[in-house]
Write a protein that binds this ligand. Structure first.
Ligand code: FAD
Length: 276
């Protein structure tokens, strides 16, 4: 019989040391320890603080009123129904909770797709609509992306946040995934494996199918963004100090990006789009 794991620790450092010893392969991936606290009490504190109406109007901004509930939902500390009930309780008009509830529904939808296709979530569900064959995409994640040393302040910050905190805002996930697949021409599977290694909410269904949505193997268009979009939703915090701000690969119109990234003539994808 597998042994029970210890549950009592003098402090967090002892807990971290114990887990590193019990899971050496995971510890070898990164020495970073997320500041996120696990458990029901931490989850309830976040649940009490949700602001569904503000969520609806600000969720695309990096400093918007997102819930940070994903790790608790992923690991069953909270259920989707419980969050939906809390969202409805938090607003006097149910319509104000609708956006948050519709995002919860996306999690449910990806799970249902996963239940049907199983390991098929690792396969391209459809061909890329980028004008390129799947063989045009590299199989390995480039080392500079994983190490956060591309020189692009935004991309490197997202990469470090992924590894150090195990959490990323949805928009940052979309930008980073689009950079990996469309600017660097790396197969979405390589990026998906990287995310799953580090995300505390790492979930094969939500993760892989979102990567496929960005890549266009589970959507009708590739998702791309430009600098204007990133600056707007990040408050410009990365561009200001970026060493590559004068050679920014994102500082183009969508038409120019379309010609550069999708020479085969994929349809232009111009945010904001419904999934953002
Ligand atoms: C490339 C990529 C990879 C992703 N990988 C994961 C993953 O491994 N695990 C994961 O839980 N989510 C994943 N997502 C979806 C989404 O980014 C996260 O659920 C969300 O950012 C978590 O932060 P939050 O709890 O503050 O979300 P909020 O915006 O506050 O949303 C509340 C809850 O709704 C659900 N939700 C919100 N947006 C989505 C979405 N687009 N798809 C599915 N569920 C959503 C989550 O359960 C989330 O906790 C990924 C998205 C992208 C673009």
């Amino acid at each position: 019989m597998p042994k029970d794991m210890r549950r009592d620790f003098a402090d967090r450092a002892e807990l971290v040391a114990y887990l590193a010893a019990e899971f050496p392969a995971a510890a070898a991936e990164s020495a970073a320890v997320s500041a996120t606290r696990g458990g029901r009490r931490a989850a309830e504190a976040l649940l009490t603080a949700i602001q569904p109406a503000r969520y609806a109007s600000t969720r695309n901004f990096l400093d918007g009123a997102v819930t940070r509930l994903s790790a608790y939902l992923r690991h069953g500390v909270l259920s989707l129904a419980e969050v939906r009930r809390a969202a409805l309780r938090a607003e006097t008009r149910p319509a104000e909770a609708a956006k948050l509830i519709s995002e919860l529904a996306w999690r449910d939808y990806w799970q249902r797709v996963y239940a049907v296709i199983g390991d098929g979530i690792w396969e391209d569900r459809e061909p890329y609509k980028t004008g390129l064959e799947a063989a045009a995409y590299a199989q390995e994640l480039p080392a500079d992306i994983a190490a956060g040393t591309t020189g692009l302040a935004c991309i490197d910050a997202f990469s470090r946040e992924l590894v150090d905190s195990g959490y990323m805002h949805n928009h940052a996930r979309m930008w980073l995934a689009a950079y990996v697949v469309h600017w660097r021409r790396v197969a979405w599977q390589a990026g998906a494996r990287w995310f799953l290694t580090h995300l505390l909410d790492g979930d094969p269904a939500s993760n892989n199918l979102s990567w496929q949505w960005v890549a266009s193997t589970f959507s009708h268009k590739p998702y791309v963004f430009n600098r204007e979009n990133l600056e707007r939703y990040s408050g410009g915090i990365y561009c200001r100090a970026c060493p590559l701000r004068l050679q920014c690969p994102f500082d183009k119109s969508y038409e120019a990006l379309q010609a550069e990234l999708f020479p085969g003539g994929a349809p232009a994808a111009t945010p904001p789009r419904r999934r953002q």
